[in-house]
Design a protein around this ligand. Structure first.
Ligand code: ARG
Length: 460
C-alpha cells in the first residue's frame, strides 16, 4: 500500500515481513484521541500563521473529529500496512479530503507528533493514577474512626515488637500514598512540555507558532531544544518509576493483608466479593486479588528496567527503537490503575477480627520497651535498663506469664526501684497510652494526625 510516509524515493513496495515487524498499530491505537487532539491544534495553528485557509482548517478539524468517532465506535479499518496510528489517521484524512488532507503534516514530523501524543496520553493517565491514589487514601482514612480503639501488634523482622493503634497503621499507608501522589504531580510537570514543532529533529523553515500550539494543548511550556525533545523519553521512564514505586507499595500492603487473613494470624476478614474459591477444596476463600496485586507489581517493576535499557544506548535524536517504549508504558499504567481500582473497595470492605486480635495481644511482650523507658525515666541508664528488662522477659517466658503478671518480688529483685506503680504502664493498653512523642502511636497523636488527614483529604 502507498502510505503517506513512503515518498517517491522508493522503487519497491515494503516486504510483508517488514510490515509485520515494524507495525505499532496493534498497541498505539490507544493514542488515537490524543493524536486527533494534537493534529487539531496543529491545523488551527497552521491557519493562524496563514499556511491553511480557514476553510481548509475547518475541513481538516471536522474530518479529524469524524475519524475519531469512527475509531471510538470500532468501525474504522486498521491495517498493519499503515504502520501506526498517526499514519492511519493521516491516510484517512487524505482519502477524504485529497490535497487539503495532504497539507496537515506541514511543519511537523512523526517524531514530534508521536512525542506529543505520548505526552498528552501520559498526562491524562497520570491524572487518573492520582485520582486512584486519592481514592485509596480515603479508603484507609475512612477506617480510622471505626477502628480507633483497636490495638494491633506492630512488627519488625516479622516479630512482634510494640503495640500500635489500628488507625496508626491506616495512616502509615496514607503517608506512603501521599509521597506517591507528589511524585505523580512532579512527573506531570516534566511531561507537560510541548514537543510539537520540533519537526524531525532540527525544527522547520516554515513560519509555525509553537507557543500557539502549546496553549491550545494546555502544555505549560515549549521545549527549548528541538534535538533534545524529539529524543526525550525521560517522562516515560520517570512515569514507569513512579508506577513501580506505587506497585511496590501496593505489593507490601497486599503481602501484609494476605498474612493477616490467614488462620495463623486471623486479624482480618476479607470481603467475599474480592476473594475466589478453590475448584477442589470447598472451604477455601482465597485472597487472589491481593496475590495478583503483589504479582502484577513484578511486571511493572520489570517494565522500568526495559525502558531504561531501551534508551541507554540511543544517540540523538529519534530512533525507531523508541517505538518499543509503548507496550511497557501502557501496560504499567493500565496495571497500576486496575490495582488501585480494586484496592480501595477491598480496604473499605475488610473487617478486623477484634476479639481474635485482642485475645492474643499479650503475646510477644509488646510492653517490654515501655518498661525499659519507665526505668530510664527513673534515672537508670538505657543500656542497663535494656539488659534488665531482657532478663525480666526471660523470667516471664519461663513462667509462661506476661510482664504485668510477674510478682512484685521478681521485679524488685531485678531492680529495687520497681514498685507497684509499674503496673500503670504494663499491659498493651497502658503501653499504648504511655507513648507521647510526635508522630507516635499515642492516642492523642493519632487523633491529631487523623484531623490533619481529614482536612487534607476532604477539604473542598
Ligand atoms: N510509530 C513510531 C513510534 O512509536 C512513530 C513513527 C516515527 N517513525 C519514523 N520512521 N520516524 O515511535
Amino acid at each position: 500500500m502507498a502510505t503517506p510516509s513512503r515518498s517517491g524515493v522508493f522503487t519497491q513496495a515494503t516486504d510483508r515481513r517488514v510490515e509485520r515487524f515494524t507495525e505499532s498499530i496493534s498497541f498505539d491505537r490507544r493514542l488515537y484521541a490524543h493524536d486527533i487532539q494534537g493534529s487539531t491544534a496543529h491545523a488551527q495553528m497552521l491557519a493562524e500563521v496563514g499556511v491553511l485557509t480557514p476553510h481548509e482548517r475547518d475541513q481538516i478539524c471536522a474530518t479529524l473529529q469524524q475519524i475519531g468517532k469512527e475509531i471510538e465506535h470500532d468501525v474504522f479499518p486498521f491495517s498493519i500496512a499503515l504502520e501506526d496510528i498517526h499514519m492511519h489517521i493521516e491516510q484517512a484524512l487524505i482519502e477524504r479530503l485529497g490535497d487539503v488532507g495532504r497539507k496537515l503534516h506541514t511543519g511537523r514530523s512523526r517524531n514530534d507528533q508521536v512525542a506529543t501524543d505520548l505526552r498528552l496520553w501520559v498526562r491524562d493517565a497520570l491524572d487518573r493514577i492520582k485520582d486512584g491514589l486519592e481514592n485509596l487514601q480515603r479508603a484507609f482514612f475512612d477506617r480510622c474512626e471505626g477502628d480507633f480503639e483497636v490495638i494491633l501488634p506492630g512488627y519488625t523482622h516479622m516479630q512482634r515488637a510494640q503495640p500500635v493503634l489500628a488507625p496508626h497503621y491506616w495512616l502509615a499507608y496514607c503517608e506512603k500514598l501521599a509521597r506517591d501522589i507528589d511524585r505523580v504531580k512532579d512527573c506531570r510537570k516534566r511531561t507537560n512540555v510541548c514537543s510539537l514543532g520540533a519537526a524531525a529533529l532540527a525544527g522547520t523553515t516554515l513560519p509555525i507558532d509553537r507557543h500557539d500550539v502549546m496553549q491550545r494543548l494546555k502544555f505549560d511550556s515549549v521545549a527549548g531544544n528541538s534535538l533534545d525533545v524529539s529524543s526525550d523519553r525521560d517522562f516515560v521512564v520517570e512515569s514507569a518509576f513512579v508506577l513501580s514505586l506505587i506497585a511496590a507499595h501496593l505489593s507490601t500492603w497486599a503481602e501484609e493483608w494476605i498474612l493477616w487473613s490467614t488462620a495463623e494470624f486471623n486479624f482480618l476478614k476479607l470481603p467475599h466479593e474480592f476473594c475466589t474459591g478453590s475448584s477442589i477444596m470447598p472451604q477455601k476463600i482465597n485472597p487472589d486479588v491481593l496475590e495478583l496485586t503483589r504479582g502484577k507489581s513484578a511486571r511493572v517493576i520489570g517494565h522500568l528496567q526495559t525502558l531504561l535499557v531501551l534508551i541507554k544506548g540511543l544517540p540523538l535524536a529519534y530512533n525507531r527503537d523508541l517505538q518499543e517504549d509503548k507496550p511497557p508504558l501502557f501496560d504499567s499504567f493500565e496495571t497500576v490503575e486496575l490495582c488501585l481500582e480494586l484496592a480501595a473497595p477491598l480496604v473499605a470492605g475488610a473487617k478486623l477480627n477484634r476479639e481474635g486480635i485482642a485475645a492474643k495481644l499479650d503475646r510477644g511482650y509488646l510492653d517490654a520497651t515501655t518498661l525499659m523507658e519507665y526505668l530510664i525515666q527513673k534515672g537508670i541508664a538505657q543500656r542497663t535498663a535494656h539488659h534488665l528488662v531482657g532478663s525480666l522477659v526471660n523470667q516471664a517466658m519461663q513462667q509462661g506469664v506476661s510482664l504485668a503478671e510477674l510478682p512484685l518480688e521478681t521485679l524488685q529483685a531485678a531492680h529495687p526501684d520497681l514498685d507497684e506503680s509499674v503496673r500503670e504502664i504494663l499491659g498493651v493498653d497502658k503501653a499504648v497510652a504511655a507513648f507521647r512523642s510526635y508522630g507516635s502511636t499515642a492516642p492523642s497523636e493519632v487523633r491529631r494526625q487523623i484531623e490533619i488527614w481529614r482536612s487534607r483529604l476532604y477539604q473542598t
